[in-house]
Write a protein that binds this ligand. Structure first.
Ligand code: SF4
Length: 379
């Protein structure tokens, strides 16, 4: 058996069985020739199309503020970066951003921001309530970091539906390398468990190629995500920011990020997996390549133009063109060019197609070996 055949067999088994032993996951991550990678991406793409057709969900991203009390070493808006011009959008501005998005057809709004003590539980709950009243048929996703369980519950009761909190790495030593001593992996994992318990559609994910990351760390992440079964999985390459301690570290690999997207798609067929802005920032066709590797969500930016550059988590972050809400027509054309179209529905996680459920029904219609003739080149 050739190495390519072995890798194809691993991809088939991953789809059928939902997981693989660590050494096989390592093989899928590390030992890739072009044909093996094309096969993995093609199988993941077919899996996504079985669940979602050729529809790509859009989420309107509003970056509500770049003030943060944390000091994550990789982040451009970390507390220690004195060169950032800080901002907070007021409630009215956030509502107007969402109104603009609603009129364009968005039915999910993602409020993202640093962990800002000014934006306390009361203000956040009030904001969520106002959005819920203004847009009763839209989904509200929060990405505001670690909060108390009471706060998460309050936001949920105010009308929030989904919460994104990437764990970034499941290895404690690696987590400690990326974060200050005041932050704890255990606490982050506890937050994720609580979010799910409260009833949020919960998203987690990782940075690919962050400083100090090894293949074994990635295998740990894959196994954690397998067990946690998130509704949303965000995978983006690490990109350095010039005003952080990691300024001179190399960016993560686009190819490895794409392989991980495909692996997660095979393991979690029904998960909502974005082609992230970081991927589009690192590669001009990163968004399309992410979709062709199995992603099914994009998150155009609805934030006011004047604040976008200030929300610089890393250098050269894309926020214009097809990454922007005002570039929806361009996004539509770019998706059409690869055989996809925008879906303006809420795009909730479908519990009837439980992520990671590998029943025979899940795989009906996907004949892995037939894909040999259906491998599109995503290079
Ligand atoms: S990654 Fe998030 S929590 Fe960490 S410094 Fe940046 S905005 Fe704050």
């Amino acid at each position: 058996m050739t190495e390519t055949d072995r890798l194809k067999g691993l991809a088939d088994r991953l789809l059928l069985e939902g997981t693989l032993p660590p050494e096989d996951l390592r093989s899928l991550l590390l030992h890739h020739d072009g044909q093996g990678a094309d096969y993995l991406h093609g199988l993941a793409r077919q899996t996504a199309r079985k669940h979602f057709g050729n529809r790509i969900f859009i989420r309107g991203l509003v970056e509500i503020g770049n003030c943060c009390h944390n000091d994550c070493l990789y982040c451009g808006i970390r507390r220690s970066n004195r060169h950032v011009e800080r901002y907070r959008l007021d409630r009215q501005t956030i509502l107007e951003c969402c109104r603009t998005g609603y009129e364009m057809g968005f039915r999910t709004f993602v409020l993202q921001g640093g962990e800002d003590p000014w934006m306390d539980d009361e203000r956040t709950a009030t904001l969520v309530s106002c959005l819920r009243q203004a847009f009763p048929d839209a989904a509200i996703t929060l990405s505001l970091g670690e909060k108390t369980v009471e706060a998460y519950r309050r936001f949920f009761e105010a009308g929030a539906n989904r919460y994104l909190l990437r764990h970034e790495t499941h290895n404690p030593a690696h987590y400690a390398l990326l974060h200050p001593a005041s932050m704890s992996l255990d606490h982050r994992l506890h937050c994720l468990e609580e979010l799910k318990r409260i009833g949020y559609q919960t998203g987690t994910g990782i940075m690919v190629g962050s400083p100090g990351q090894t293949a074994d760390h990635l295998v740990e992440d894959i196994r954690f995500i397998h067990d946690f079964r998130p509704h949303m999985i965000g995978i983006g390459p690490f990109i350095p920011h010039h005003d952080t301690p990691f300024a001179h570290e190399p960016a993560g690999s686009v190819e490895l990020t794409l392989r991980l997207i495909s692996i997660f798609r095979l393991m979690h067929p029904a998960a909502l997996i974005p082609a992230t802005t970081a991927l589009a920032s690192l590669s001009p066709d990163g968004r399309e390549r992410g979709i062709l590797a199995g992603a099914n969500v994009v998150m155009p930016n609805l934030s006011p133009l004047h604040s976008r550059a200030k929300y610089a988590l890393y250098d050269n972050k894309a926020s214009l063109g097809a990454e922007a809400a005002e570039g929806l027509a361009l996004l539509d054309r770019r998706l059409a060019a690869i055989g996809y179209r925008i879906d303006k529905g809420r795009g909730d996680y479908d519990n009837n197609r439980r992520a990671g459920c590998h029943t025979s029904e899940d795989t009906t219609g996907i004949e892995a070996h037939d894909l040999k003739t259906d491998i599109l080149c995503i290079k």
